[in-house]
Design a protein around this ligand. Structure first.
Ligand SMILES: C[S@@+](CC[C@H](N)C(=O)[O-])C[C@H]1O[C@@H](n2cnc3c(N)ncnc32)[C@H](O)[C@@H]1O
Length: 350
């Protein structure tokens, strides 16, 4: 349903998003100052197959994303984003992030990526999971890692991560139109700190949602992010062994999970999504652009796994999700915003 948005509200949106970009891009610039050479001693120089976009074209892509985000709000797909970051918390997070950045850089220079915190014991975690993705401190397994995560993602995406995730609210809104939220079950796999689930509950407070992740401290943060709503739960489980009955979920979402899975695990996780979805249910995949989606970005996408520890990203770039899922699902829509794309699949009805 189309909404009327006052000029003041529009101005608040633009001012709020611009401030976010300035804040997080400033952090990116700060860590660039402590960053050593991107090509480590003994490594082959990086030769991308395409050009790396310059700052101006990235800024243009960001503006396009924000234009679409605001249009979606005006079109009534979802609520305007919250703009109430507590300045003290923001500064505290910023300091922690900057202090940690040196440790991350030391790990990167030494290419040390098996330096994870094993406090929780290792037997329940698959080997591929026990790595320092992005050379992050402790891997996925500490409170400190969960505390820093949202800032790290926003710095990486120059303050656009929330806006990129919000694009996935459109296919959710489409599915929910004319349905009673109370009878709809949504599972977010690899839910992380619950950032996306929180946005979902802000918009559809009576929806039944489950956050699934392997990391206990991230699940704790998800619980806290969702505490003001009912019909929420969190489960510690792997995407490739989902703790749901067959055909029990109406919607499954996964944001920035699939590029972190080895190819064979990716296949198993897709089979699990097919198994747990009801016929006609939706699978909404939110992840990085892939090779060829926007050729002007291909060089940057190739650069990403070189600069950060992302061991499965190259195979993700070439993964043909539509083809892989064709026997069980049809692709309903694909949209992209800045560095992310959102694909919405429907499970075949028979
Ligand atoms: C890059 S983060 C994405 C988090 C969140 N969805 C977001 O949008 O920011 C990947 C998340 O997936 C989780 N994860 C990675 N492999 C997993 C697996 N096999 N099963 C369940 N969760 C997994 C990690 O613990 C982490 O929280």
């Amino acid at each position: 349903m189309e909404k009327t948005i006052s000029n003041l509200q529009k101005w608040r949106y633009v001012a709020g998003q611009s401030a976010r970009v300035a804040w997080y891009a400033g952090h990116y610039a700060a860590i660039n100052r402590i960053r050593g050479p991107l090509v480590r001693a003994g490594e082959q120089p990086f030769r991308p197959s395409g050009a790396i976009p310059d700052i101006r074209s990235l800024a243009r892509e960001i503006r396009t994303l924000f234009d679409r985000d605001l249009k979606n709000v005006v079109a009534g797909y979802y609520r305007a984003p919250e703009m109430r970051d507590d300045p003290r918390r923001l500064v505290d997070k910023s300091l922690r992030f900057l202090l940690d950045a040196r440790r991350v850089e030391a790990r990167r220079q030494a290419d040390r990526h098996n330096d994870v915190n094993m406090r929780h014991g290792s037997n329940i975690y698959p080997d591929y999971y026990l790595q320092n993705f992005h050379y992050q401190t402790d891997g996925w397994l500490s409170e400190g890692s969960a505390e820093l995560y949202d800032t790290q993602v926003e710095v990486l995406f120059a303050g656009t991560a929330d806006a990129m995730r919000r694009q996935a609210l459109v296919p959710i809104a489409d599915y929910l139109e004319g349905r009673d939220q109370r009878h709809v079950h949504l599972a977010d796999i690899g839910c992380g700190t619950g950032r996306f689930l929180r946005e979902i509950k802000r918009n559809w407070p009576r929806l039944n949602v489950t956050g699934v992740d392997l990391a206990p401290d991230y699940l704790e943060k998800t619980k806290r992010a969702l505490r003001r709503w009912s019909r929420t739960r969190t489960l510690q489980a792997a995407a490739e062994a989902l703790p749901f009955e067959k055909a029990s979920q109406d919607i499954v979402t996964a944001s920035y999970l699939f590029h972190e899975l080895p190819p064979e695990v990716r296949t198993r996780a897709l089979c699990e999504v097919v198994r747990v979805l009801k016929p006609g249910g939706r699978f909404i995949l939110i992840d990085a652009l892939q090779a060829g989606d926007r050729t002007s970005m291909d060089g940057l996408l190739e650069f990403f796994p070189r600069a950060f520890h992302e061991p499965y990203f190259e195979t993700y770039l070439a993964e043909d999700f539509e083809h892989r899922l064709a026997a069980d699902m049809s692709l309903l829509s694909t949209t992209s915003g800045y560095l992310t794309k959102v694909m919405c699949f429907q499970k075949h009805i028979i």
